[in-house]
Design a protein around this ligand. Structure first.
Ligand code: JEH
Length: 232
């Protein structure tokens, strides 16, 4: 490992018909800094490059009929051919829901490919023969995979050692310590427009503070995410 270099940089390729979608998000904040430091590289692959005919067509009507268009196999296969050595992830509303354990796993891999569909999705033969994992952001509908790919990049980049300033901050948070939601947090001023910070946090009694925080985590989880409390 050379000065400022990372032992295992993550090389991320993104296949999309909207490479411009990623321009600003990849420059700002620590995704940009991580790229400058060589912790991660992001390669945008414009699917249109592999489109068919003079119109660079990437979509066609579905076999069997129905509304909308489906992403054609040929441009996607051509874009994916040189990326067979990478871990290929397809974003789709029909995928397994994204969770922290997937991000942990992917942050350890040398090369990832994120395939962003549009329209009604991609020809199933892509999923069957050119993809390692099909993932969804959750049970709601987007226009395409790009926003989900960005979410994954942020989630992976922050797990690369040395990218986030405080390495401890990646472990002591939601879904890590006790599987409960985080407690509310406050900073100065202690009062703003009559809104006061809970007294206990100003008390200096670290036993009482820890007890209060634990109770807040339980209450919040019961209220907002009861599914996290059920053991099955
Ligand atoms: C959405 C990738 C590519 C919209 C609706 C449908 C065809 C009949 N959490 C997430 N939500 N949405 C996406 C996602 C993730 N990750 C996501 C995508 C793409 C990811 C295209 N779209 C738009 C889109 C639903 N089906 C449309 N219907 C005609 C068979 C069934 C419902 C798919 C794709």
């Amino acid at each position: 490992m050379t000065q400022g270099g990372y032992p295992v940089p993550v090389d991320i390729s993104i296949i999309t018909i909207f490479p411009e979608f990623f321009a600003s998000p990849l420059q700002v904040s620590f995704v940009g800094r991580a790229q400058e430091r060589g912790a991660v590289s992001v390669d945008l692959v414009d699917l249109r490059t592999f489109g068919k005919g003079v119109h660079r067509q990437v979509d066609d009507a579905p076999f069997g009929g129905g509304a909308g268009m489906v992403m054609m196999i040929e441009p996607l296969a051509q874009a994916l051919d040189p990326l067979e050595h990478t871990h290929r992830i397809l974003l789709t509303p029909a995928g397994k829901p994204l969770d922290q354990s997937m991000l942990d796993r992917w942050s350890q891999m040398p090369a990832l490919t994120l395939v962003c569909g549009r329209y009604e999705g991609v020809d199933e033969r892509i999923a069957d023969h050119y993809i390692d994992e099909e993932v969804s952001l959750g049970d709601f509908v987007l226009l395409g995979g790009e926003a989900a790919a960005l979410a994954i990049i942020e989630g992976v980049v922050r797990l690369i050692p040395g990218v986030v300033g405080n390495p401890e901050s990646t472990e002591t948070e939601s879904f890590r310590h006790d599987g409960l939601l985080e407690e509310p947090q406050y900073t100065r001023p202690a009062e703003f427009r009559g809104m006061k910070v809970p007294e206990v946090l100003l008390s200096g009694d670290h036993g009482k503070i820890a007890e209060w925080r634990a109770e807040q985590r339980r209450q919040r989880t019961r209220d907002r995410r009861p599914d996290l409390l059920r053991e099955d």
